[in-house]
Design a protein around this ligand. Structure first.
Ligand code: WTA
Length: 641
């Protein structure tokens, strides 16, 4: 396989150039991890009080980093830069889908954040409280996040594509006091209302005392007296001074929910000090950020990628982060390239699903724009197929931009496996190697490293600074899901291969979690949603390989007696899932069946269903199957041998 090497020009200016610099970084990280992270924490971040210990493993796996240290995310993202030449640098360059533009300098952003923090503070919120943020992609979303961080209010951003039901579950789980939302947002030229979902969710959420509503689109919304207030009203009289609280390094910064193997989403808890450090380092090592860069991560702030690499990472290192509100194909499929050209973006980060969609649109669209400002490209969210990688490299990167294929998770908080663009020779489709200080490995079920060329489970052997600390309200599940499969080692939930050269290839999930367009969906959550519908007796959900979205949701459904398996019912069920979880979770297909393949102990054999949707045949061991005829009735051939 051909290796892709960075150009001499790229290497010459790289933050970590190949050769000694890279080697020394790796060696120091390996020989003295605590000294390594401690020195970086000192040089990268502001601390109101220095830590007593870099890593505290007394209660492993509940690791603590920088214990005794006091710091503040909002201070490190804003105040610190406002004491330097950066104060008038663009912090956020925002473009709305209809085409409006806003540029917030670091000073302006700090002012907005202090005003909004004053609003929250004057309503009695502070360290220990929780806020839910349910907003479109407007600058007020980072403003609200940073205002929470400033006071120590733990925020939880709920992706605006989630339903009222999903929103309610999260508010209840967190017992949040305040909800920050908007009237709606723009998507493909249409208003997507948000406030009605909040109203519906809040019918059963007694903890919420205040709702603050940002006016984005101007549609009509109901405001509940005593509870709801407009952002512009409360902002008008707010104080512009609201100092950053001196918080413990382990203060919970945010909770972000992600799908697991049960029906209940997991509240991933991230804290402050270690998270700040590792996302900062990723900006420098992986995105190779320079003072003059304009950086664009085209994700949504509602997912972890947006938290770490639209908001916190870029602001921590004082770069300019581009934020775009809407759809990539609106009004035409060249919107991304129009934005990249217009703002002269240098570093661009997106997902394989988006890249595959662009391939479908055709080369004509990027061809309309001057993309010569780009110098580095990134990919995240799912394995990238080599042909999509090569297209991205050639058509978007003009053959000159290294691609950083970054592997990480909501749980890891920050990038864990990725090339260093000025050093690592690239193989399309491989995330290459673990970053400095990260001890990733591919192992068998006993925890032994697999030999070169082998496949196994991806794990992380040693704790890392931006690791999640627990699951909100469920430390038992934290231990059981992640630290018990192979005792003492972090179990990622992905399969991986390590090739002869030591390169890592992430192959996909090993649990019942699907990855659709880079979004994690739980089969159990989808199934329990389906069986809540009046017509459904039983449901089994599997992922089918999909050219565009990586995987697509296929649901096998057994209707209750008296319900006919019609197209109308299928449409209704698809809509039901969209309404209960969110549109992005809508199954691609509903397949009705009068029975599902089960083991004698009554467990649905999803492996067989997966085979049926991928190969239309069933091979391998089916001796545990209770009723063989089910297979034929599901339309699959049985393999002879
Ligand atoms: C998958 C997104 C292959 C993986 C940051 C992981 C990837 C899950 C990659 C986490 C990649 C993410 N190559 N697979 N570069 N990046 N994944 O929590 O299965 O939304 O476990 O975090 O996405 O998804 P999450």
């Amino acid at each position: 396989m051909d290796l892709y090497h960075p150009s001499e020009e790229f290497v010459a200016r790289a933050n970590v150039p190949r050769g000694d610099a890279h080697r020394q970084l790796m060696e120091r990280a390996e020989s003295d991890p605590e000294g390594f992270w401690g020195d970086l924490a000192e040089s990268e971040l502001h601390w109101f009080r220095k830590w007593d210990r870099v890593l505290d493993d007394a209660e492993a796996p509940f690791y603590r980093w920088f214990t005794g240290g006091r710091t503040n995310m909002s201070y490190n993202c804003l105040d610190r830069h406002c004491q330097t030449w950066r104060k008038n640098r663009a912090a956020i360059v925002w473009e709305g889908e209809p085409g409006e533009q806003r540029v917030l300098t670091y000073q302006e952003l700090l002012r907005s954040v202090q005003r909004f923090a004053s609003v929250l503070k004057s309503r009695g919120y502070g360290a220990g409280d929780r806020a839910i943020l349910y907003m479109p992609m407007v600058p007020e979303l980072p403003v609200a996040m940073l205002a929470c961080a400033r006071l120590g209010i733990t925020h939880s951003v709920v992706f605006a594509g989630f339903s009222a039901e999903a929103l309610k579950t999260r508010i209840l789980d967190l017992e949040a006091g305040v909800v920050i939302t908007a009237d709606g947002g723009w998507r493909r030229g249409k208003v997507v209302p948000l406030k009605p979902a909040v109203d519906e969710a809040l019918e059963e959420c007694p903890s919420v005392r205040n709702v603050i509503v940002y006016r984005r689109v101007g549609n009509e919304v109901e405001m509940k007296a005593g509870r709801d207030a407009w952002w512009h009203d409360v902002d008008a009289g707010a104080s512009e001074e609201c100092p950053a609280a001196e918080l413990d390094a382990e203060h919970p910064l945010y909770v972000l929910y992600t799908s697991g193997t049960t029906g209940k989403p997991k509240g991933i808890v991230h804290t402050t000090g270690g998270y700040q450090l590792q996302v900062s380092m990723a900006m420098r090592w992986v995105f190779d950020i320079k003072d003059e860069d304009t950086y664009w991560c085209a994700a949504d702030v509602g997912w972890v990628t947006g938290h770490s690499y639209i908001v916190y990472g870029p602001l921590l290192v004082g770069t300019t982060t581009v934020m775009y509100e809407g759809a990539p194909d609106f009004p035409e499929p060249d919107r991304f390239w129009r934005i990249a050209d217009k703002y002269k973006v240098n570093v661009f980060y997106t997902s394989p699903t988006a890249i595959r969609a662009f391939i479908k649109f055709g080369e004509d669209y990027p061809g309309r724009h001057d993309l010569s400002s780009l110098r580095l490209l990134g990919s995240v969210g799912e394995p990238i197929n080599p042909s999509a990688w090569e297209w991205y490299h050639r058509v978007i990167g003009g053959g000159r931009c290294p691609i950083v294929d970054t592997w990480w998770q909501t749980e890891t908080g920050s990038i864990m496996v990725s090339p260093l663009p000025g050093s690592t020779p690239l193989k399309p489709g491989s995330g290459t190697f673990a970053l400095p200080g990260i001890d990733a490995d591919v192992v068998d079920m006993e925890g032994n490293s697999v030999p070169p060329g082998g496949e196994g489970y991806l794990v992380v052997r040693k704790p890392w600074p931006s690791m999640f600390r627990t699951l909100w309200g469920d430390p038992g599940r934290f231990i059981q899901t992640y630290w018990s499969q192979i005792p003492g080692i972090y179990f990622v939930g992905d399969a991986a291969r390590r090739d002869e050269d030591g390169y890592l290839w992430v192959l996909g999930r090993v649990d019942d979690v699907m990855n659709v367009s880079g979004h994690r969906l739980s089969t159990a959550e989808l199934e329990s949603t389906l069986v809540r519908h009046d017509s459904v007796a039983e449901a089994a959900v599997v992922g089918m390989p999909d050219e565009l979205t990586g995987q697509a949701v296929i649901a096998f459904v057994t209707p209750i007696q008296g319900y006919d398996p019609t197209d109308e019912l299928a449409a209704e069920l698809r809509e039901w899932v969209a309404q209960q979880i969110g549109k992005f979770a809508r199954p691609k297909q509903i397949r009705f069946s009068d029975a599902l393949p089960k083991t004698r102990s009554g467990k649905i054999m999803r492996r067989l269903l997966r085979e049926i949707v991928t190969t239309q045949t069933v091979s391998g061991d089916i001796t545990t199957l209770e009723d063989l005829s089910v297979i034929n009735r599901l339309g699959a051939q049985q393999d002879e041998e």
